[in-house]
Design a protein. Structure first.
Length: 250
């Protein structure tokens, strides 16, 4: 295991930068709409809430994805942010299905939830940054020993500017850390770890974010090439490439 003290220094961002990062992630996930803060996608058995579409399962329901919304609520409470009373007391998502969730769109609880999420965009971004920081240790543990120093160096290069922090936060929220063996096509992953492993530059600032953007695009193209034909992933590639193009700092 990697000693956490060897990981990169904590990413420090101001409240203003957090708000800017949060708004960009929100734009990428749901076009910056208030309605998009409370979603339940077709075919899924969980709600997707907030700018990062944090997962919240109903009682008795669990799946392969990490449940992150309760962790965000705990993050808010630790920082003495006022959370709606009913939300504070909830032990699971109060809506048990997508149909139930849809019917409740204009309920008092749903309106209060959307208002809370709309007013905590900077806090949600800080939560995403904290999760990103934790993901570095996971990536270093997963990387081959000979790759670890480069992965950490590239992470530090990109995180050196607010725009770079946005790029890292958005990509890991979008395509994961790249540490799960189940998230591979033909043995090759597409998460943040794989994007960083492919980088070898040393230039900071705009040079780092430009290389990160190009590496992310190459990794996503490789994913589509490796994907099972029946998944038709090529249909998503233009949107994915548009998203990672926003990572290049001009």
């Amino acid at each position: 295991m990697i000693n956490p003290s060897h990981a990169a220094a904590p990413i420090q961002i101001s409240k203003a930068d957090a708000l800017r990062i949060g708004k960009r992630v929100w734009q990428n996930e749901s076009n910056g709409s208030i309605a998009g803060l409370t979603a339940w996608n077709a075919g899924e058995d969980f709600a997707s809430l907030g700018i990062g579409h944090f997962i919240w399962y109903p009682a008795g329901m669990r799946g392969p994805f990490e449940e992150s919304f309760p962790k965000f609520l705990a993050f808010a409470q630790e920082r003495n942010v006022t959370v709606p009373v009913w939300l504070n007391q909830a032990t699971a998502c109060p809506w048990n299905s997508r149909a139930e969730f849809s019917r409740a769109q204009n309920s008092a609880q749903m309106r209060e939830l959307r208002e809370f999420l709309a007013h905590t965009v900077d806090l949600q971004a800080q939560f995403l940054v904290a999760r990103l920081q934790q993901s570095l240790e996971k990536m270093l543990n997963e990387a081959a020993p000979g790759e670890r120093a480069n992965v950490e160096r590239q992470f530090t290069r990109v995180s050196g500017t607010p725009h770079g922090s946005y790029a890292l936060v958005d990509y890991v929220n979008f395509k994961g850390e790249g540490v799960l063996r189940t998230e591979r096509y033909r043995g090759e992953g597409w998460g943040l770890l794989q994007v960083l492993e492919q980088m070898h530059g040393s230039e900071d600032g705009a040079g780092a974010t430009r290389e990160f953007s190009n590496s992310a695009a190459a990794i996503l193209r490789r994913r589509v090439q490796n994907s099972p034909p029946e998944r038709h992933e090529a249909r998503w590639l233009p949107g994915w490439l548009n998203r990672v193009r926003t990572y290049a700092e001009h």
